[in-house]
Design a protein around this ligand. Structure first.
Ligand code: NAD
Length: 267
Protein backbone atom coordinates (compact mmCIF):
# COMPACT_ATOMS: atom_id res chain seq x y z
CA UNK A 1 0.00 0.00 0.00
CA UNK A 2 1.36 3.45 -0.96
CA UNK A 3 0.99 5.78 2.03
CA UNK A 4 -0.10 9.24 0.84
CA UNK A 5 0.09 12.55 2.70
CA UNK A 6 -1.90 15.52 1.38
CA UNK A 7 -0.77 19.11 2.04
CA UNK A 8 -3.31 21.88 1.64
CA UNK A 9 -5.66 19.16 2.88
CA UNK A 10 -8.67 21.36 3.63
CA UNK A 11 -8.32 23.51 0.49
CA UNK A 12 -10.35 23.27 -2.72
CA UNK A 13 -7.91 20.79 -4.31
CA UNK A 14 -6.63 18.95 -1.22
CA UNK A 15 -10.16 18.09 -0.05
CA UNK A 16 -11.11 16.62 -3.47
CA UNK A 17 -7.87 14.56 -3.54
CA UNK A 18 -8.73 13.08 -0.13
CA UNK A 19 -12.36 12.48 -1.21
CA UNK A 20 -11.33 10.56 -4.36
CA UNK A 21 -8.38 8.62 -2.93
CA UNK A 22 -10.35 5.47 -2.13
CA UNK A 23 -11.12 5.04 -5.86
CA UNK A 24 -7.39 4.41 -6.46
CA UNK A 25 -6.13 0.93 -5.77
CA UNK A 26 -3.06 0.75 -3.57
CA UNK A 27 -3.33 4.30 -2.14
CA UNK A 28 -4.15 5.06 1.50
CA UNK A 29 -4.36 8.40 3.32
CA UNK A 30 -1.49 8.50 5.84
CA UNK A 31 -1.50 12.19 6.80
CA UNK A 32 -3.29 15.47 6.16
CA UNK A 33 -1.30 18.71 6.44
CA UNK A 34 -2.42 22.32 6.55
CA UNK A 35 -1.04 25.65 7.84
CA UNK A 36 -0.13 25.75 11.53
CA UNK A 37 -2.74 28.39 12.42
CA UNK A 38 -5.56 26.40 10.78
CA UNK A 39 -8.45 26.12 13.30
CA UNK A 40 -8.89 22.41 12.46
CA UNK A 41 -5.38 21.28 13.52
CA UNK A 42 -5.75 18.13 15.68
CA UNK A 43 -9.27 17.36 14.41
CA UNK A 44 -10.23 14.48 12.09
CA UNK A 45 -9.67 15.71 8.53
CA UNK A 46 -12.67 13.75 7.19
CA UNK A 47 -15.02 15.63 9.52
CA UNK A 48 -13.43 18.96 8.55
CA UNK A 49 -14.10 18.42 4.84
CA UNK A 50 -17.56 16.82 5.25
CA UNK A 51 -16.54 13.24 4.41
CA UNK A 52 -17.19 11.72 7.86
CA UNK A 53 -14.41 10.47 10.15
CA UNK A 54 -11.36 9.08 8.30
CA UNK A 55 -9.14 8.38 11.33
CA UNK A 56 -6.49 10.91 10.21
CA UNK A 57 -5.98 14.10 12.21
CA UNK A 58 -5.08 17.40 10.52
CA UNK A 59 -1.44 18.28 11.30
CA UNK A 60 0.98 21.04 10.32
CA UNK A 61 4.19 19.01 10.48
CA UNK A 62 5.85 17.62 7.38
CA UNK A 63 8.92 16.71 9.50
CA UNK A 64 6.85 13.97 11.15
CA UNK A 65 6.04 12.26 7.82
CA UNK A 66 9.30 10.28 7.65
CA UNK A 67 8.45 6.60 8.11
CA UNK A 68 4.71 7.42 7.91
CA UNK A 69 4.22 8.51 4.28
CA UNK A 70 5.77 7.46 0.96
CA UNK A 71 4.49 10.37 -1.13
CA UNK A 72 3.35 13.91 -0.35
CA UNK A 73 0.75 15.49 -2.65
CA UNK A 74 1.04 19.28 -2.40
CA UNK A 75 -1.60 21.81 -3.48
CA UNK A 76 -0.98 24.77 -1.15
CA UNK A 77 1.05 27.98 -1.54
CA UNK A 78 4.42 28.68 -3.17
CA UNK A 79 6.15 29.27 0.18
CA UNK A 80 4.66 26.16 1.84
CA UNK A 81 5.48 23.98 -1.17
CA UNK A 82 9.14 25.04 -1.23
CA UNK A 83 9.45 24.55 2.53
CA UNK A 84 7.89 21.07 2.30
CA UNK A 85 10.00 20.08 -0.70
CA UNK A 86 13.19 20.99 1.22
CA UNK A 87 12.10 18.66 4.05
CA UNK A 88 10.87 15.88 1.71
CA UNK A 89 14.14 15.85 -0.23
CA UNK A 90 16.10 15.42 3.03
CA UNK A 91 13.77 12.72 4.33
CA UNK A 92 13.46 10.80 1.03
CA UNK A 93 9.70 11.34 0.57
CA UNK A 94 8.44 11.48 -3.05
CA UNK A 95 6.28 14.44 -4.06
CA UNK A 96 3.48 15.36 -6.44
CA UNK A 97 3.37 19.16 -6.76
CA UNK A 98 0.31 20.89 -8.21
CA UNK A 99 0.87 24.34 -6.67
CA UNK A 100 1.38 27.11 -9.25
CA UNK A 101 2.96 30.57 -9.32
CA UNK A 102 6.69 29.81 -8.95
CA UNK A 103 9.28 32.31 -10.23
CA UNK A 104 12.23 31.26 -12.41
CA UNK A 105 14.53 31.14 -9.35
CA UNK A 106 12.02 29.06 -7.42
CA UNK A 107 11.74 26.63 -10.35
CA UNK A 108 15.54 26.30 -10.33
CA UNK A 109 15.37 25.42 -6.62
CA UNK A 110 12.68 22.79 -7.36
CA UNK A 111 14.94 21.25 -10.02
CA UNK A 112 17.84 21.19 -7.59
CA UNK A 113 15.87 19.65 -4.71
CA UNK A 114 14.40 16.89 -6.88
CA UNK A 115 17.83 15.45 -7.68
CA UNK A 116 17.41 13.26 -4.60
CA UNK A 117 13.70 12.30 -4.75
CA UNK A 118 11.19 11.43 -7.48
CA UNK A 119 8.74 14.30 -8.02
CA UNK A 120 5.92 14.97 -10.49
CA UNK A 121 5.45 18.70 -10.99
CA UNK A 122 2.64 19.94 -13.25
CA UNK A 123 0.75 23.24 -13.28
CA UNK A 124 -2.22 21.32 -14.71
CA UNK A 125 -2.88 17.69 -13.87
CA UNK A 126 -5.80 17.08 -16.25
CA UNK A 127 -5.46 14.48 -19.01
CA UNK A 128 -7.09 16.84 -21.53
CA UNK A 129 -4.71 19.75 -20.98
CA UNK A 130 -1.66 17.50 -21.14
CA UNK A 131 -2.85 15.97 -24.39
CA UNK A 132 -3.42 19.53 -25.65
CA UNK A 133 0.17 20.50 -24.86
CA UNK A 134 1.28 17.78 -27.25
CA UNK A 135 -1.22 18.87 -29.93
CA UNK A 136 -0.28 22.57 -29.57
CA UNK A 137 3.36 21.78 -30.28
CA UNK A 138 2.41 20.09 -33.57
CA UNK A 139 -0.06 22.82 -34.61
CA UNK A 140 2.46 25.60 -33.91
CA UNK A 141 5.16 23.90 -35.98
CA UNK A 142 2.84 23.37 -38.99
CA UNK A 143 1.39 26.92 -38.94
CA UNK A 144 4.82 28.54 -38.61
CA UNK A 145 5.37 32.31 -38.69
CA UNK A 146 2.20 33.38 -40.54
CA UNK A 147 -0.25 32.91 -37.67
CA UNK A 148 -0.51 35.23 -34.64
CA UNK A 149 -0.50 33.30 -31.37
CA UNK A 150 -2.67 34.45 -28.47
CA UNK A 151 -3.63 32.62 -25.27
CA UNK A 152 -6.65 33.60 -23.17
CA UNK A 153 -7.30 31.98 -19.80
CA UNK A 154 -10.18 32.40 -17.33
CA UNK A 155 -10.34 31.38 -13.67
CA UNK A 156 -12.37 31.99 -10.49
CA UNK A 157 -12.05 35.22 -8.53
CA UNK A 158 -10.02 33.61 -5.70
CA UNK A 159 -7.07 32.51 -7.84
CA UNK A 160 -3.90 34.21 -6.60
CA UNK A 161 -1.48 33.97 -9.55
CA UNK A 162 -1.85 35.29 -13.11
CA UNK A 163 -1.55 34.27 -15.83
CA UNK A 164 -2.25 30.67 -14.85
CA UNK A 165 0.57 28.13 -14.68
CA UNK A 166 -1.23 26.26 -17.47
CA UNK A 167 -1.29 29.30 -19.78
CA UNK A 168 2.41 29.85 -19.15
CA UNK A 169 3.15 26.19 -19.83
CA UNK A 170 1.16 26.36 -23.10
CA UNK A 171 3.07 29.51 -24.07
CA UNK A 172 6.44 27.96 -23.32
CA UNK A 173 5.63 24.76 -25.25
CA UNK A 174 4.53 26.83 -28.28
CA UNK A 175 7.50 29.23 -28.03
CA UNK A 176 9.91 26.31 -27.94
CA UNK A 177 8.18 24.66 -30.91
CA UNK A 178 8.51 27.82 -33.05
CA UNK A 179 12.04 28.64 -31.88
CA UNK A 180 11.27 31.76 -29.81
CA UNK A 181 12.43 32.71 -26.31
CA UNK A 182 9.19 33.25 -24.33
CA UNK A 183 10.75 35.94 -22.12
CA UNK A 184 11.50 38.01 -25.24
CA UNK A 185 8.13 37.58 -26.99
CA UNK A 186 5.47 37.30 -24.23
CA UNK A 187 2.98 40.19 -24.05
CA UNK A 188 0.85 40.10 -20.90
CA UNK A 189 -1.25 43.27 -21.28
CA UNK A 190 -2.21 45.80 -23.95
CA UNK A 191 -3.53 49.31 -23.34
CA UNK A 192 -3.44 52.63 -25.18
CA UNK A 193 -1.74 53.39 -28.50
CA UNK A 194 0.41 50.30 -28.71
CA UNK A 195 1.00 50.21 -32.46
CA UNK A 196 0.73 47.18 -34.71
CA UNK A 197 1.13 43.71 -33.31
CA UNK A 198 4.62 42.35 -33.88
CA UNK A 199 4.79 39.08 -35.77
CA UNK A 200 6.67 37.08 -33.19
CA UNK A 201 4.85 38.12 -30.00
CA UNK A 202 2.81 35.61 -28.02
CA UNK A 203 -0.07 37.29 -26.15
CA UNK A 204 -1.20 35.84 -22.81
CA UNK A 205 -4.31 37.37 -21.21
CA UNK A 206 -6.04 36.49 -17.93
CA UNK A 207 -9.70 36.84 -16.95
CA UNK A 208 -10.83 36.47 -13.32
CA UNK A 209 -14.56 36.05 -12.63
CA UNK A 210 -16.93 34.20 -10.31
CA UNK A 211 -16.39 30.47 -9.92
CA UNK A 212 -14.81 29.55 -13.29
CA UNK A 213 -12.83 26.33 -12.62
CA UNK A 214 -10.35 26.86 -15.47
CA UNK A 215 -10.59 27.64 -19.20
CA UNK A 216 -7.80 28.06 -21.76
CA UNK A 217 -8.06 29.03 -25.41
CA UNK A 218 -5.11 29.21 -27.78
CA UNK A 219 -5.78 31.26 -30.91
CA UNK A 220 -3.71 30.88 -34.07
CA UNK A 221 -4.87 33.84 -36.16
CA UNK A 222 -4.00 33.89 -39.86
CA UNK A 223 -5.23 35.98 -42.80
CA UNK A 224 -8.57 34.52 -43.85
CA UNK A 225 -8.79 31.90 -41.11
CA UNK A 226 -8.35 31.33 -37.41
CA UNK A 227 -7.86 28.18 -35.38
CA UNK A 228 -8.98 28.16 -31.75
CA UNK A 229 -8.16 25.29 -29.44
CA UNK A 230 -10.04 25.36 -26.14
CA UNK A 231 -9.99 23.32 -22.95
CA UNK A 232 -12.65 23.83 -20.27
CA UNK A 233 -12.46 22.19 -16.86
CA UNK A 234 -15.93 21.87 -15.33
CA UNK A 235 -14.83 20.31 -12.04
CA UNK A 236 -11.64 20.25 -9.93
CA UNK A 237 -11.95 16.46 -9.83
CA UNK A 238 -10.13 16.24 -13.16
CA UNK A 239 -7.02 17.79 -11.51
CA UNK A 240 -7.44 15.70 -8.33
CA UNK A 241 -7.63 12.45 -10.33
CA UNK A 242 -4.48 13.46 -12.24
CA UNK A 243 -2.63 14.05 -8.96
CA UNK A 244 -3.67 10.63 -7.62
CA UNK A 245 -2.66 8.96 -10.87
CA UNK A 246 0.73 10.72 -10.62
CA UNK A 247 1.20 9.44 -7.04
CA UNK A 248 0.49 5.86 -8.20
CA UNK A 249 2.86 6.28 -11.17
CA UNK A 250 5.72 7.59 -8.98
CA UNK A 251 5.94 4.37 -7.00
CA UNK A 252 9.25 2.69 -7.82
CA UNK A 253 10.56 5.58 -9.97
CA UNK A 254 14.11 6.89 -9.53
CA UNK A 255 14.92 10.45 -8.36
CA UNK A 256 14.24 13.31 -10.77
CA UNK A 257 11.69 15.88 -11.89
CA UNK A 258 8.85 14.43 -13.97
CA UNK A 259 5.70 15.99 -15.43
CA UNK A 260 2.22 14.79 -16.41
CA UNK A 261 3.40 14.04 -19.94
CA UNK A 262 5.67 11.40 -18.36
CA UNK A 263 2.80 10.06 -16.22
CA UNK A 264 0.44 9.82 -19.21
CA UNK A 265 3.06 8.38 -21.59
CA UNK A 266 2.74 11.35 -23.95
CA UNK A 267 6.48 11.85 -24.53
P1 NAD B 1 -7.01 26.80 -1.66
O1 NAD B 1 -6.70 28.19 -1.19
O2 NAD B 1 -8.43 26.35 -1.69
O3 NAD B 1 -6.19 25.74 -0.77
C1 NAD B 1 -4.87 25.93 -0.35
C2 NAD B 1 -4.72 25.18 0.97
O4 NAD B 1 -3.35 25.25 1.37
C3 NAD B 1 -5.54 25.82 2.11
O5 NAD B 1 -6.20 24.79 2.84
C4 NAD B 1 -4.48 26.49 2.96
O6 NAD B 1 -4.84 26.60 4.34
C5 NAD B 1 -3.33 25.52 2.75
N1 NAD B 1 -2.03 26.03 3.20
C6 NAD B 1 -1.59 27.32 3.27
N2 NAD B 1 -0.37 27.35 3.85
C7 NAD B 1 -0.03 26.06 4.12
C8 NAD B 1 1.09 25.46 4.72
N3 NAD B 1 2.14 26.19 5.17
N4 NAD B 1 1.10 24.12 4.87
C9 NAD B 1 0.08 23.36 4.41
N5 NAD B 1 -1.05 23.88 3.86
C10 NAD B 1 -1.09 25.22 3.70
O7 NAD B 1 -6.34 26.70 -3.09
P2 NAD B 1 -6.61 25.59 -4.25
O8 NAD B 1 -7.62 26.11 -5.21
O9 NAD B 1 -6.77 24.23 -3.63
O10 NAD B 1 -5.20 25.67 -5.03
C11 NAD B 1 -3.97 25.37 -4.38
C12 NAD B 1 -2.84 25.49 -5.41
O11 NAD B 1 -3.02 24.50 -6.44
C13 NAD B 1 -2.80 26.83 -6.15
O12 NAD B 1 -1.45 27.18 -6.38
C14 NAD B 1 -3.51 26.55 -7.47
O13 NAD B 1 -3.13 27.40 -8.52
C15 NAD B 1 -3.03 25.13 -7.71
N6 NAD B 1 -3.87 24.33 -8.62
C16 NAD B 1 -3.20 23.46 -9.43
C17 NAD B 1 -3.91 22.60 -10.26
C18 NAD B 1 -3.15 21.60 -11.09
O14 NAD B 1 -3.77 20.82 -11.85
N7 NAD B 1 -1.82 21.53 -10.97
C19 NAD B 1 -5.31 22.64 -10.28
C20 NAD B 1 -5.97 23.54 -9.43
C21 NAD B 1 -5.23 24.37 -8.58
Amino acid sequence: MLRVAVSGATGRMGSRIIALMNEYEGLSLAAAIDRNDHPGIGKDVGSLISLGELGVRLSSSVEDLAGKADVLIEFSSVAATLEHLRIASKKGISMVIGTTGFSGDEMAEIKNLTRDIPCVFAPNMSVGVNLLLKVLRDVAVVLGEDYDIEIVEAHHRLKKDAPSGTALKMASVIAEAVGRNLEDVAVYARHGIIGERSKREIGIQAIRAGDIVGEHTVIFGGLGERIEITHKASSRDTFARGALRAAQWLSGKGPGLYDMQDVLGLK
